[in-house]
Write a protein that binds this ligand. Structure first.
Ligand code: NAD
Length: 254
């Protein structure tokens, strides 16, 4: 029986993964703003500290894995909230729980998005995130739009993961990311209903090569594998689960 901790386990992809893991007998410590074992608002430094402290108290002997799944959609406002939850909270919780995961030579899995490659690594918002300057990143993103805030935060978190893979591996932590396409969750529903972004989301969905939209189980199935012993040599990977959209958009890059 494995012991995992995760953020964003209350709804959507996180809730599905939590159910899959507990159904097979694993234990999951769920951290969320809505409901869970540890209630914390990850947009704030206090909330992130409470999340790390709460998980540490519940898992003194270490974790087999930590899944950073909590995230906000491009329609969230203010835009700085997206940077805080999708990037800075992920870095803070992963770093805060690294030693607990290393105790069991476990794995960290970050939930990015297939929108991440739509942003350049040189974008000022992305570079401010990667510089670890939360105030500068929040100020920079307030002058942009929801797409930049969302895709930029997801781009930055993958770059952060890749830059830290060697140090984490040497410390005994296998770190990876999953990049879902549009998935039927409350987050996606809120974007479909948005006046500004709804139509472009519907157009994007219509272009998915494999057709349709992912169900949370499509993403959770892959995440469960990436966390498992069977994926023991998977390290530093970004696994696109998006019905072929990323391959369609940038077929020569991988
Ligand atoms: P969701 O809205 O169902 O779940 C997000 C979870 O994060 C919720 O449980 C919510 O309570 C939690 N959360 C939000 N703000 C928080 C905060 N400040 N503090 C603590 N918890 C907070 O959405 P989902 O679609 O299941 O999203 C899960 C992850 O997948 C997110 O990181 C999202 O960006 C990513 N993703 C989703 C899609 C999609 O189309 N649904 C596509 C690509 C990536």
């Amino acid at each position: 029986m494995a012991l995992y901790a995760m953020t964003g386990g209350a709804t959507g992809i996180g809730a599905e993964l939590r159910q899959q893991l507990t159904a097979r007998g694993d234990q999951v410590i769920s951290v969320d703003i809505k409901e869970g074992d540890v209630i914390a608002d990850l947009s704030t430094a206090e909330g992130r500290a409470a999340a790390v402290a709460g998980v540490t108290e519940l898992a003194p002997d270490g974790l087999d894995g930590f899944i950073a799944c909590a995230g906000l959609p491009p329609i969230a406002r203010p835009l700085s909230l997206i940077a805080q939850v999708n990037y800075f909270a992920v870095v803070a919780t992963v770093e805060g729980l690294k030693d607990l995961v290393a105790k069991r030579r476990g794995s960290v899995l970050i939930v990015s998005s297939n929108s991440a490659p739509m942003m350049s690594a040189d974008d000022p918002f992305v570079t401010a995130c990667l510089a670890g300057d939360e105030a500068a990143a929040c100020a920079a993103v307030e002058e942009r739009d929801g797409h930049v805030a969302y895709a930029g935060s997801k781009r930055a978190i993958v770059a952060w993961m890749r830059r830290n893979v060697v140090a984490y591996a040497k410390a005994g932590v296998r770190m990876n990311a999953v990049a879902p396409g549009i998935t039927q969750t409350p987050l996606a529903e809120s974007v479909f209903e948005d006046e500004e972004l709804g139509q472009s989301m519907r157009d994007f969905q219509a272009s998915v090569p494999w057709g349709g939209m992912a169900k949370p189980a499509h993403i959770a199935n892959v995440m469960r594998f990436m966390l498992s012993e069977e994926a023991d040599f998977v390290c530093g990977s970004v696994f696109f689960v998006d019905g072929g959209s990323d391959a369609m958009m940038r077929n020569d890059q991988f």
